[in-house]
Design a binder for this molecule. Sequence first.
Ligand SMILES: [Zn+2]
Length: 122
Amino acid sequence: MGLAVCVGCGETKEGAFDVCDGCGLDPARGGTDRMLQARSLWLSERFFSERELVELGRKLSTGEPVAYDTGQLSRLVDELKTQKLPVISQASPGCSIVTWSLLGMLLALAAGLAYLYGTWKH
Ligand SMILES: [Zn+2]
């Protein structure tokens, strides 16, 4: 997950669709508000460097106007329309931990079976 900026208050956060710690804005829960999601996605490391994001966040927090790239935003809206859910998918850490522990259990099981098979043969 890359750095992103909350479109509501300019607070920096971990991912474009994360709930904001500052104002509680949750772009993913915006539902059909694709423009909100597009803006959230636009204000992320996908389009800006960390330094630029911090600067944009500062502008948002002080109420300065931020020049949204409308062309880019409409492309993002189109992109979001083709997806059922906003890109939260990029395997959350919790998800991969479950995968790895399952894999570990399977390996242990396989090792156990191999051991049993070995003792059975002798
Ligand atoms: Zn916020």
